[in-house]
Design a protein around this ligand. Sequence first.
Ligand SMILES: C[S@@+](CC[C@H](N)C(=O)[O-])C[C@H]1O[C@@H](n2cnc3c(N)ncnc32)[C@H](O)[C@@H]1O
Length: 204
Amino acid sequence: MSRRWVSERKRDPYYKRAKRENYYSRAAYKLMQMDERFGIIRKGDAVIDLGAAPGGWSQVAVERSAPDGLVISIDLRRISEIKGAITMRGDAFAPETVEKIIALLESKGRGRADVILSDMSPNISGVYDIDHAKSIDLVKRAMELCGALLRPGGTFVAKVFEGESMKELKNEAKERFRMVKPHSPDATRERSSEIYIVCKGFRS
Ligand SMILES: C[S@@+](CC[C@H](N)C(=O)[O-])C[C@H]1O[C@@H](n2cnc3c(N)ncnc32)[C@H](O)[C@@H]1O
């Protein structure tokens, strides 16, 4: 963490707000803003949050799917304790993780999830093209998981670093979802190359 990063973070209004309002990350506001715009999470929804640590998105998912929702949060890193969410530490793409998620959904009387969120980030190399390619790969793999975990008509939201393969990714998403919208919520930092693809109406 550079000194500049630390001082920018201290001045960041969303960072301060997250501290004040007890969210584990400023990223929570990105999901809130996308939810307000696109209606991503409904009451009672079963939501899978891939790349959930420290836990801001999962906190929002719990709030918005309450009182009868189900939130399953997965990350390679430890996820902070989130009341109302089931947290799992592991690789989202490992077959045993997918099996655990399916078993959990079944044990809660849910066939498949209504919403899959992916705020997963690759390990950053600092080389733009490499990081873009890694991020595209993550989203494509997360989209593959939808086949096993998302109900027909369901919603998928994923972070991607912008770049030349964005168009190809969008086309691939359009084959699987009725609506695909790239979107940059206000809470995304100005200098960031990240964007989200919001996909609704999963064609199973
Ligand atoms: C930007 S953070 C997510 C922030 C989170 N949405 C929040 O609101 O607190 C990205 C996370 O993706 C996770 N991640 C990356 N690849 C993953 C994988 N294959 N399986 C599970 N988690 C992964 C990283 O460990 C990291 O914690």
